[in-house]
Design a binder for this molecule. Structure first.
Ligand SMILES: Nc1ncnc2c1ncn2[C@@H]1O[C@H](COP(=O)(O)OP(=O)(O)OP(=O)(O)O)[C@@H](O)[C@H]1O
Length: 346
C-alpha cells in the first residue's frame, strides 16, 4: 500500500484557493475555494472562479460561500461537494481512471484531530479511495525544494488565506512549528475595518483584497501609489468613490504583519541552536500567497536578523509538495504527520 499509487492526487485545500496536483501532470486545477448555492433548493450554482465572481453580487436566492475558514472546514457538505467537483475536473479526459483515486490533502499543523478527520471524511465523501493528510508547512517546504530529509535545519513560513504556518524542519520531520489563524483574510478584514472607520465607507472583501494586492505593503511603502475604490457611504447609503494611499494600507496591515513576525520569532526562539545556525546560513523561506506582500521579506529579515527569501511560485509550493509527498509516500512512514483514512469505512 505504501509503494506508490497508480493514480495520485495531491490537494492544497486552502481557505482562499484550492490547487490539485496530478502525478506526472503537475497542477491541473487552480481555483478559488468558493461555492455558489441556491438558497431555495440547496443546489450548487457554480464552483471556483465562477462562484468567486458572484461574491457580493448574488441575487437573493443565491449565496456565494467559502466553505473553508481559518484553514479548516467550516461547512462540511459544501466542502465535500467542492472537493468532488475539483477532483472530477482534475481527472477529466483521463479514461484510464476508472477506479477511485487516492488523495493526499494538506492540513494546517495546528488543527485538532476532529478537524483533521473532517478533512479526511470530506475527501472520502468526494470520491477518494484512500484519504491522507499531510501537515501544510512540510508540504510547503518540499514544494520550495528545501532539503527536508537532510540533517540540516530548514525554516518555512507559509502565509495563506486563513493560516500562517511557521515550521523548522530537519531529517524528514517538523522539529518545532506554530500555526496561527492570522494571514491574508485577516489583512483584508483589517483594510475593511480601516476604511469603515476612517471614511464611513463599507467595502466588500474583493475590493479590500484588490487594495492589498495593488498597493499593500509591509512596513513603509516605497513610492507614492494610491488607488480609487468604490463602496457604500454608511451615512447616506449611496455609492461613493474615495482615493486611498499606500501608506494608509500599510498602516491598516501593520498589526497583522506584526503578529506574523512575532510568530516567526517565537518559533526561532524554540529552535535548537544547531538548527538556528543552519537557518542563519540558508535563510527563512516564505511560501503561500501572503509571501507576495510587498516588502514582507525585507521587514522580516530586519526583524529577525536572518536572510529571508520568497520561494519561486509561492502560491504553488503546498500543492507541489503534496503531490511529491504522494509519489514518495514510503519515505514518510511515521514521519511528517501523515495520517490515513484508508482503513476505516465511512
Ligand atoms: N501579491 C500578493 N500580495 C499580498 N497577498 C497576496 C498576493 N497574492 C495573493 N495574496 C493573498 O494570499 C492568500 C492566498 O494564499 P494561498 O492560496 O497560499 O492560501 P490558501 O492555501 O488558500 O490558504 P490557507 O493555507 O490558509 O488555507 C490570499 O489572502 C491572497 O489575498
Amino acid at each position: 500500500m505504501f509503494g506508490g499509487f497508480s493514480k495520485d492526487i495531491g490537494i492544497d485545500l486552502g481557505t482562499a484557493n484550492t490547487l490539485v496536483y496530478v502525478k506526472s501532470k503537475g497542477i491541473v486545477v487552480r481555483e478559488p475555494s468558493v461555492v455558489a448555492l441556491r438558497t431555495d433548493t440547496g443546489s450548487i450554482e457554480a464552483v471556483g472562479n465562477d462562484a468567486k465572481n458572484m461574491i457580493g453580487r448574488t441575487p437573493g436566492n443565491i449565496v456565494a460561500v467559502r466553505p473553508m475558514k481559518d484553514g479548516v472546514i467550516a461547512d462540511f457538505d459544501t466542502t465535500a461537494t467542492m472537493l468532488k467537483y475539483f477532483i472530477q475536473q482534475a481527472l477529466k479526459n483521463r479514461s484510464i481512471f476508472t477506479r477511485k483515486p487516492s488523495v493526499m490533502v494538506c492540513v494546517p499543523s495546528g488543527i485538532t484531530a476532529v478537524e483533521k478527520r473532517a478533512v479526511e471524511d470530506a475527501t472520502k465523501q468526494a470520491g477518494a479511495k484512500e484519504a491522507y493528510t499531510l501537515e501544510e508547512p512540510f508540504a510547503a517546504a518540499i514544494g520550495a525544494d528545501l532539503p527536508v530529509w537532510e540533517p540540516t535545519g530548514s525554516m518555512v513560513v507559509d502565509i495563506g488565506g486563513g493560516t500562517t504556518e511557521v515550521a523548522i524542519i530537519s531529517l524528514g520531520g517538523i522539529v518545532t512549528s506554530q500555526s496561527i489563524r492570522v494571514a491574508g483574510d485577516e489583512m483584508d478584514e483589517s483594510i475593511i475595518q480601516y476604511i469603515k472607520k476612517k471614511y464611513n465607507l463599507m467595502i466588500g472583501e474583493r475590493t479590500s483584497e484588490a487594495l492589498k494586492l495593488e498597493i499593500g505593503s509591509a512596513g513603509a511603502p516605497e513610492g507614492v501609489d494610491d488607488m480609487d475604490i468604490r463602496g457604500r457611504d454608511l451615512l447616506t447609503g449611496l455609492p461613493k468613490t474615495i482615493t486611498v494611499t499606500a501608506e494608509e494600507i500599510a498602516g491598516a496591515l501593520a498589526d497583522t504583519v506584526a503578529t506574523i513576525i512575532e510568530s516567526v520569532k517565537n518559533t526561532l526562539e524554540q529552535s535548537p541552536p544547531e538548527l538556528a545556525a543552519d537557518i542563519m546560513d540558508r535563510g527563512i523561506v516564505l511560501t503561500g500567497g501572503g509571501a507576495l506582500l510587498r516588502n514582507l521579506d525585507r521587514v522580516l529579515s530586519e526583524e529577525t536578523n536572518m536572510p529571508v527569501l520568497v520561494a519561486e511560485n509561492p502560491l504553488d509550493c503546498v500543492a507541489i509538495g503534496t503531490g511529491r509527498a504522494l509519489e514518495n509516500l514510503h519515505l514518510f512512514r511515521s514521519k511528517a504527520g501523515i495520517t490515513s483514512r484508508s482503513d476505516r469505512k465511512l
